[in-house]
Design a protein. Structure first.
Lengths: 682, 199
């Protein structure tokens, strides 16, 4: 490996690195504004100047490729002076409004001005002022603060894939804007707030709410989509004020989507914080004892062995295992998690996991999307597909109706029968697909939530098995679940064959004949009409679509209020942390089932969270390793099925509001109005 | 300094439509052909120029959008280019776009007087269009013909070795739609010394 000398220290570096990256290897910190690891190099802020031997003047280390034998100095007097000069220029037009700036306390410019700034200004001319720009309901702008690093422009063009932001004019009149101040039309737009090194682009809903040092910061994971992005939740008291991404190369890189970031105001609206019992068609506040005894009475009256439990979008693994053990104790196995009617192959974990891992998308050179809109179903995963398109010119084929994706794609068919053509290499795309080195299949739940679902999985497995990159260690078949709860529930066997094929009809029929007690674990995606005959116990945190139809409501904490375990789409085990105490009387679900089990004499053996987790691991060893996923590559269910003509309908119609938390969020409602409805109107 | 090429605002006229004229449509495809495959977007500057010529010397919102659509670029990318170069005018200009050089050599040789004449004849302020739509007068920095200072550029042509009198005549002729001679107004060959070829 080539070596470079940095501050008299020799370090080895990899070819293709820049001087700045080599300096970081040597432990020398280089100040920067425009440079960002995940974006292309611009080299326009000039803050990263270093001295290079034999060079007549300082060089911008972010844009200079490191070379064998270079001698770099990062902390000489010349460099200090040069950086001070750059800083003085940057500050010439920067307003002194730190006291009212939301970036205050976490501002790169503020921090670096501490080291390289002068205590007074030598500039006596007029300062420039720039009109603020409208960029939508999420990003607020104070453009006079902008230092033209163009990180936001590069992010929206390269990562988000929407050519919305640009730098107009030049020199003193340069300004960042969207075309005619239109809204940024991307579900990753919030990331420009983190990228902005100054306070020019800030979080609109969070404006003037708090200072960074007043907040309690908790590292946790997101549960609003299947990816389980690593996030940091900032809270004050019992209020979640903002969500920021954490770097996790396995899942979300450095980004999070706008729902993860901005739906948090939904956490303090429409909350279920008390126990409710329905009397005379009206929900009245009650206490836990009365409610639990009422459930006991109904369980005995209606037949405890007929009890049903259905999980929802955010049901964690602890709840799943506790409710499963409880139902087992009652003598019932009528539990299921496939409320969207997604078909799986029983006992085959490869039929519901994202087997190849999310990171592997980067290496793909062709991707077949079957009934999936990754841009909405898993936005940060979609950013990886775009990355593959940019870096490897990845070809994308779509089976399903028209999609608004941020990379070019070939549409194969509206109907699932397009899979037959792929298998028989009939369509144009199938040749590209079969001849590429690293093809991947991504199946969305919209492709498998129908009567053909199991056949689709079998046929895709058959196709996957014949792909060049399929091996014992690599599985190119991926299922993209939309919900964080799904993979964990299926891994724990929270599924019943009785509800196969047609979930809705089966549940309806079961309820009409048996009139059982049904536990909805935060499930809102089921038609309340089908529940009329049953005694409905809703355990959840939001008074959303189904809570009002429940006979008893038991409040439980939301994902920021409890430590719980999930499996993301890859089967990666993630644990959320409690960021603040639950609201009102909410109790963790496993505690509720523990008390109920005492009442029903079915003797559950756990008394604390660790006990529950022991059961988790006993039930499925994959829960043992946090942040790891163990995926296999057998595809033993592969078979050359033939799919009938069946048009795909995507099962997500509004990215911003598709679960109980985001439906309660005002910010998300604004986004729906300003972004989605406007797009529809034009 | 007010200048229609130095604004970041998009000027929109309601119900304005921009379509390539038949001639220009053919030229567009010829221009695009000059660039390698998948690099067609490099044609953005020549196309903006073509659109500006077709649209009486300035780029309207619809013209910018037409160029973007022709090259499958996003609007903002084209607007970035159009705002970067001061030669692309983003506001309507008169029939004669008069750019008076005011950098040191021209200024020493009397460009201030030319500005005064131009204002007087067009009866408008700097950066504005005269009411008869004949002139837009602006002051600009060096246009690179200092040897024949003072000079102005009117549309595509340079007019050099000016003084108050011959510049006034040029402007009056333009106002009356008479033809005028471009280049040096005292018969100088290119940048030869003033006395002729005897130097």
């Amino acid at each position: 490996m080539p070596t470079i000398t940095i501050d008299n220290k020799k370090v080895e570096f990899e070819n293709g690195m820049t001087v700045m990256q080599a300096c970081e290897l040597a432990g020398a910190e280089i100040p920067r504004f425009c440079y960002h690891e995940k974006l292309s190099i611009a080299g326009n802020c000039r803050m990263c100047l270093v001295e290079m031997e034999k060079a007549p003047k300082p060089i911008a280390s972010c844009a200079m490729p490191a070379g064998e034998g270079m001698v770099i100095k990062t902390n000489t007097d010349t460099i200090q002076k040069a950086r001070k000069g750059v800083m003085e220029f940057l500050l010439i037009n920067h307003p002194l409004d730190c006291p009212i700036c939301d970036q205050g306390g976490e501002c790169d410019l503020q921090d670096q001005a501490l080291h390289y700034g002068f205590d007074k200004s030598r500039y006596e001319e007029n300062k420039r002022a720039v009109k603020n720009k409208h960029m939508g309901p999420l990003v607020s702008t104070i453009m006079t603060r902008c230092i033209h690093c163009t990180r936001c422009v590069r992010f929206s063009t390269e990562v988000a894939g929407v050519d919305d932001l640009g730098l107009l004019g030049r020199g003193e009149s340069a300004e960042i804007t969207t075309y005619l101040e239109k809204t940024i039309d991307s579900e990753l737009s919030g990331n420009v707030i983190d990228l902005c090194p100054v306070g020019a682009l800030t979080n609109k809903p969070y404006a003037f709410k708090s200072r960074p040092w007043e907040l309690t910061k908790t590292e946790t994971h997101d549960v609003l989509d299947g990816v389980g992005s690593s996030i940091r939740v900032d809270t004050r008291g019992k209020q979640v004020l903002r969500v920021l991404p954490r770097i996790n190369e396995d899942t979300n890189e450095e980004w999070i989507n706008d729902k993860t970031r901005f739906a948090i105001d939904g956490l303090s609206r429409q909350r279920l914080d008390k126990v409710y019992i329905k009397n005379d068609n009206k929900l009245n506040v009650a206490d836990w004892d009365t409610a639990l005894n009422k459930i006991k009475y109904e369980l005995n009256k209606r037949g405890k062995e007929k009890t049903i439990a259905l999980s929802g979008k955010f049901t964690d693994a602890e709840t799943i295992i506790a409710s499963k053990l409880f139902l087992d104790g009652l003598g019932s196995n009528l539990y299921d998690c496939r409320f969207d009617n997604a078909q799986i192959i029983h006992n085959e974990s490869e039929s519901y996991k994202f087997n190849s891992s999310i990171q592997e998308i980067e290496n793909a050179d062709s991707i077949l999307l079957v009934g999936s809109n990754p841009r909405w179903e898993a936005s940060v995963l979609n950013a990886r597909i775009r990355k593959a398109y940019i870096n490897n010119n990845c070809k994308v084929g779509v089976i399903g109706p028209h999609l608004d994706l941020n990379y070019p794609y070939t549409k194969i068919s509206n109907s699932l029968s397009g899979l037959n053509d792929i298998k028989e290499k009939k369509s144009e795309f199938s040749n590209i697909f079969h001849n590429s080195k690293n093809p991947l299949i991504i199946i969305g739940t919209s492709a498998i939530n129908n009567s053909e679902g199991a056949s689709v999985l079998k046929l895709c497995a058959d196709i996957a098995k014949k792909l060049p990159n399929y091996s014992n260690t690599f599985n190119p078949l991926n299922i993209l679940n939309q919900d964080i709860s799904r993979v964990g529930s299926l891994e724990l066997g929270f599924v019943n064959k009785e509800f196969d094929k047609n979930f809705k009809e089966n549940i309806k029929e079961n309820i009409q004949t048996n009139k059982p007690v049904i536990f909805l674990l935060g499930l809102d995606e089921i038609d309340p009409k089908n529940l009329e005959q049953a005694f409905v116990v809703y355990i959840g945190h939001h008074g959303d679509l189904n809570a009002q139809h429940a006979d008893i409501i038991l409040p439980s904490p939301a994902y920021t209020e409890k430590t719980s375990t999930f499996m993301n789409i890859e089967g990666r085990v993630i644990q959320t942390s409690r960021c603040h105490n639950p609201l009102g009387e909410a109790k963790e679900e496993w505690k509720i089932f523990r008390v109920l089990s005492d009442l029903m004499n079915c003797d559950l053996q756990f008394n604390n969270l660790n006990d529950v987790r022991k059961y988790l691991v006993d039930n499925n060893k994959n829960f043992l390793q946090i942040l790891e996923c163990n995926n296999t590559s057998n595809l033993s269910f592969a078979s050359p099925e033939v799919i009938t003509e069946l048009t795909i309908a995507y099962n997500i119609s509004n990215f911003y509001m598709n679960d109980s938390i985001s439906r309660s969020s005002e910010t998300m409602a604004n986004c729906t109005n300003e972004i989605l409805n406007k797009a529809k109107a034009s | 300094m007010k200048h229609p090429g130095m604004t970041n605002k998009v000027y929109n006229i309601s119900n304005d439509v921009f379509n390539w004229s038949e001639d220009n449509f053919n030229r567009v495809s010829e221009i695009i052909k000059k660039y390698p495959n998948s690099r067609q977007q490099s044609a953005v500057i020549p196309l903006l120029d073509l659109a500006q010529r077709q649209n009486s010397g300035w780029l309207s919102k619809t013209a910018i959008e037409k160029v973007a659509e022709t090259l499958s670029m996003s609007y903002i990318r084209v607007l970035e280019v159009a705002t970067f170069y001061s030669m692309f005018n983003l506001e309507p200009v008169g029939e004669n776009f008069v750019q008076i050089c005011r950098t040191t050599p021209c200024w020493l040789r009397g460009s201030d007087k030319l500005t005064k004449v131009a204002k007087e004849i067009s009866n408008s302020k700097l950066g504005e269009t005269s009411t008869d739509n004949k002139f837009t007068i602006v002051e600009v920095e060096c246009l690179g013909a200092c040897c024949n200072a003072p000079m102005v550029q009117i549309n595509d042509n340079y007019y050099e070795d000016l003084d108050e009198d011959n510049f006034r005549k040029i402007l009056i002729d333009l106002k009356n739609n008479k033809s005028i001679n471009k280049g040096s107004q005292i018969g100088r060959q290119t940048s030869h010394p003033k006395r002729g070829n005897d130097a």
